[in-house]
Design a protein around this ligand. Structure first.
Ligand code: GLN
Length: 492
């Protein structure tokens, strides 16, 4: 079979269980595609063929013995922020270029237990700080729709591997949009779950009160399969919530779009910088949902102007604290010939971190310093609460809230946006993390450069099933999610 990379997760599972192809064949098929195509896309930081084939053989044996679980033998790529035992885990940084993790993240453990096959680790912005994946120590990943453009970030590698058919699905993390924005830029479905739904154990920390892992795939159905694997309580993560997990696959048709109240925050559609094409595609998708029976309701979200400044205080503050562990002593990069301990610290950190990471450490350290803590950090925390309350008020009127995932489609590689320009591009995603809510991106068409546009649906706490179900039904009635990136078409 030559088109194994075109099959959905459900089709892959059925094909494997029915013996139409083996996991070894499927895994080799992907490894060959990676070898052939990834030099152009540059999405993998590390490919793990030996690990993948041994996991594939184990899955094949389990399938033969008749005791394999549903997803056994299906390949998966992990963002290089998830610790993987015995495999380099770099977080896109020179600081961790030599770091071989001694343990697995819980998400990785769960993927292994489900019989999924690890193809490798994929590129990302350094320590997940960025929106283009260009800040990676390993260089920029290309957008499979047009190699002159970025795939978004920080989970740009995760988006690129799926869009280029170099993995059927991938894990990502989202601190301020890093699942939804690259999914939007690459024409994918990506879900950022409620804070606490997926364990953060073994995920290299960026901003601990905002970080959350989730699935990136071609469709809501494919995302639902991965959510069934990774969601759930974990005693090793004190912020993980002990709450029953839905069967996301079984619930794919459980939400009725008929009568569903979709909130349209008018402030979101008046943001300066919202591209006309993006606005048009998003509005068309809302019209489609209306045709399917949804009711569009105008709602107020009044804090839009506070999103970027609030996030860009809280996230760097937490990052500056989390990144203090990289001191050149215990693991990671160490400078050559330090003259004393201070020199070791200073040079290891100066040489090991990139520019954006240093900028965040400086902002964060400043905001947390004794004289400024109340004026900046404490104030930002208060505004964060107001942002959350604004959403909760809106959810008294509506079931979900619709917005673009990003004000534009993908940027050109090397566009060299100033930091503030780049931060403003996150305006639609940041508040969801500040409030801890779940949200999903769905592809809803292309702009006039043939680059994908994404619709974002934001749900109330623990509404992952509902979000996946709405997008699934939208995808049953439209074919935007089946459109393929140029490089995938060329290598069909
Ligand atoms: N672009 C945002 C940032 O740079 C979000 C990144 C993320 O979600 N990891 O912080």
């Amino acid at each position: 079979m030559t088109n194994l990379h075109r099959l959905s997760i459900r089709e892959l599972s059925e094909g494997l269980q029915q013996g139409k192809f083996s996991s070894r064949e499927l895994t080799q098929h992907y490894l060959k595609r990676i070898e052939k195509i990834d030099a152009q896309v540059k999405s993998y930081v590390t490919v793990t063929p030996e690990l993948a084939l041994s996991q594939a053989d184990a899955a094949d044996a389990a399938i033969k013995a008749g005791n394999a679980i549903a997803l056994a033998g299906i390949p998966l790529a992990h963002k290089d922020i998830f610790c993987t035992q015995g495999v380099r885990t770099s977080a896109g940084s020179k600081m961790l270029d030599n770091f071989i993790s001694p343990y697995d993240a819980t998400v990785v453990t769960k993927a292994k237990a489900a019989g999924l096959v690890t193809l490798g680790k994929v590129n990302m912005d350094e320590f997940a700080m960025g929106s283009t994946s260009e800040s990676s120590y390993y260089g920029a990943t290309k957008n499979p729709w047009n190699l002159d453009y970025v795939p978004g970030g920080s989970s740009g590698g995760s988006a690129a591997v799926v869009a280029a058919d170099l993995a059927p699905f991938a894990t990502g993390t989202d601190t301020g949009g890093s699942i939804r924005q690259p999914a939007s830029f690459c024409g994918l479905t990506g879900l950022k779950p409620t804070y606490g739904r997926v364990s953060r154990f073994g995920i290299i920390a960026f901003a601990s009160s905002l970080d959350q892992a989730g699935p990136m795939a071609r469709s809501a159905e494919d995302c639902a399969y991965l959510m069934n694997v990774i969601a759930g309580h974990d005693a090793k993560d004190s912020t993980s919530v002990d709450k029953e997990v839905d069967n996301y696959v079984a619930n794919l048709n459980a939400t009725s779009v008929k009568g569903l109240r979709i909130g349209i925050p008018k402030q979101y559609f008046n943001v300066a910088g919202l591209a006309a094409d993006v606005k048009a595609r998003v509005e068309e998708s809302l019209k489609k949902l209306e045709d399917m029976g949804a009711i569009l309701v105008e709602v107020d979200l009044n804090m839009v102007e506070a999103y970027v400044p609030t996030y860009y205080l809280i996230a760097p503050a937490e990052a500056s604290s989390n990144l203090s562990r990289y001191d050149g002593v215990r693991y990671g990069y160490r400078c050559e010939n330090p003259v004393d301990l201070m020199d070791l610290y200073k040079r290891s950190r100066s040489e090991g971190f990139g520019e954006e990471v240093k900028r965040r450490i400086l902002i964060g350290t400043y905001a947390l310093s004794a004289g400024y803590y109340d004026a900046y950090y404490v104030k930002a925390q208060k505004v964060r609460r107001l942002i959350q309350q604004d959403f909760l008020k809106a959810f008294e009127q509506v079931d979900v809230i619709a917005a673009p995932s990003a004000p534009t489609t993908a940027y050109k590689i090397g566009a060299n946006l100033s930091p503030t320009e780049m931060y403003l591009g996150d305006v639609y995603t940041l508040a969801v993390n500040l409030a801890g809510l779940p949200a999903i991106n769905a592809p809803v068409g292309l702009d006039d450069h043939n680059l994908p546009v994404g619709l974002q649906l934001i749900g109330n706490y623990w509404s992952e099933s509902q979000l996946l179900s709405i997008v699934h039904q939208y995808q049953q009635n439209t074919d935007f999610h089946t459109q393929r990136a140029a490089i995938a078409e060329e290598n069909a």
